[in-house]
Design a protein around this ligand. Structure first.
Ligand code: SAH
Length: 396
């Protein structure tokens, strides 16, 4: 096995169990390794630290599979790690029995580069690194065994793969498509999941708890759901008894799915739903100019910052929509606002929203801090895993 030796002091983050080794930390590389091969990581003094997947094309030059420097990285390793991730969720009452569930959350489950989401009897697998790519067969086999699912579809089509020198890969690894649309129940509402063409693996499972929260607070309110995608928050607002729900998204296909989702739920009053295909930045300005007011506004935008370097521009975009959202709130109204940008930390996000409230001339207080659901855990040693943060605010 090849040996990766670190520069002096660069072992510190590994000793704190952070799983990334950046190119600048690598002093020496001895032996032969192909991209994705497992390498031994040692300190300058030669102290064994970890076994990691070698990613020569990426700035993150290696990602740790195991901090036990003697653990074999083989089929049995993935079987153990995958089974542990599945059990970790099965023992949490709010997750047990969920039809839509994230089974593997990459680094936070000790499996860098690997995402697996379950929708009913189908698992959607997303591999983003050469290390993960090398073990596709073992990972898929372990998922089938640990879940008893019949089908695995691969959605390895993230831009991120380019940084690893990988092409997109999509298609069935096990089983085949069925003619029926894939539908899951979430918080009592039926939702169609487009695993082939939808965002991420088809659905934003991380917002499950926050969507339920919307059902709790929407009663009798006039609701504006911005960046509604397939209507997750909108349908929960209707389920919670909202008076009217206006939903905005720039994607026609997402809105078409949202309308189908509403039709899948005849218990909801469809006459209270309005769907608008529009750019949120422009539409919020139009609504403000028209003097519209809402009693609950949800802002769940896409990732504005993909890297820390883009944080500044992203901060301006977050401030802009939050400012507009706050201006559109009726007295006593609620704003539920999110950022899913890794480069924008919870503290910074709060400052951005505070700045928006100041400029909007609205007093706002935090009713609740919001996070991803428990199937998107954050390993204490890997704060980067905490990408989703939100605030529920009440204005005067
Ligand atoms: N809240 C959703 C997920 C939102 S994903 C849920 O719970 O499922 C972000 C959405 O924002 C996508 O559907 C995308 O089409 C939309 N979007 C991105 N930029 C936009 C813009 N400028 N205006 C309107 N919608 C936009």
């Amino acid at each position: 096995m090849a040996i990766l030796t670190l520069h002096p002091g660069k072992e510190k983050s590994l000793l704190r169990r952070h799983p990334w080794i950046f190119s600048g930390a690598v002093a020496q590389f001895e032996g032969r390794a192909r991209p994705g091969d497992t390498v031994d990581v040692v300190s300058t003094e030669g102290r064994p630290l970890a076994r990691a997947a070698w990613s020569p094309a990426s700035q993150i030059r290696a990602r740790v599979w195991s901090f036990d420097a003697e653990e074999n990285i083989d089929h049995a390793f993935f079987k153990r790690r995958v089974a542990a991730a599945v059990v970790r969720r099965a023992v949490l009452p709010e997750l047990a029995g969920q039809q839509g569930l994230r089974l593997i959350h990459a680094e936070s489950d000790g499996l860098p580069g690997i995402i697996a989401d379950r929708y009913g009897d189908t698992v959607v697998l997303q591999l983003s690194t050469v290390g993960a790519e090398k073990w596709r067969g073992a990972i898929a086999d372990s998922l089938l065994k640990a879940t008893g699912c019949a089908r695995i579809y691969e959605r390895s089509d993230l831009d991120l793969r380019g940084l690893e020198g990988l092409e997109p890969v999509t298609g069935w690894i096990h089983g085949a498509a069925s003619d029926d649309a894939l539908v899951i129940e979430e918080n009592g509402v039926q939702m169609e999941v487009d695993i082939v063409g939808g965002h991420k693996t088809g659905f934003y499972l991380d917002q499950r708890d926050n969507r339920r929260r919307v059902a709790e607070i929407a009663r009798d309110r006039r609701v504006l759901n911005c960046f509604c995608y397939t209507g997750g928050f909108s349908l929960q607002a209707l389920a919670g008894g909202a008076r009217e729900v206006v939903s905005l998204d720039s994607s026609g296909p997402a809105l078409a799915t949202a309308r189908r989702n509403l039709a899948l739920n005849p218990q909801l009053d469809a006459t209270r739903a309005i769907w608008l295909e529009a750019d949120v930045f422009g539409e919020l300005r139009s609504l403000r100019a028209a003097g519209e007011r809402y009693e609950l506004i949800i802002l769940d935008p896409p990732k504005f910052a993909h890297t820390a370097a883009q944080a500044e521009r992203a901060a301006r975009a977050y401030k802009d929509i939050n400012l507009l959202g706050l201006q559109l709130l009726a007295p006593g109204g609620l704003l539920m606002s999110y950022s899913c940008s890794g480069g924008i930390g919870a503290e910074l996000f709060r400052k951005i929203v505070a700045g928006a409230a100041l400029d909007a001339g609205r007093n706002a207080r935090i009713v609740q801090q919001l996070h991803g659901a428990a199937d998107h855990p954050v390993d204490l040693a890997f704060p980067e895993g905490e990408y989703l943060k939100g605030l529920l605010l009440q204005v005067d």
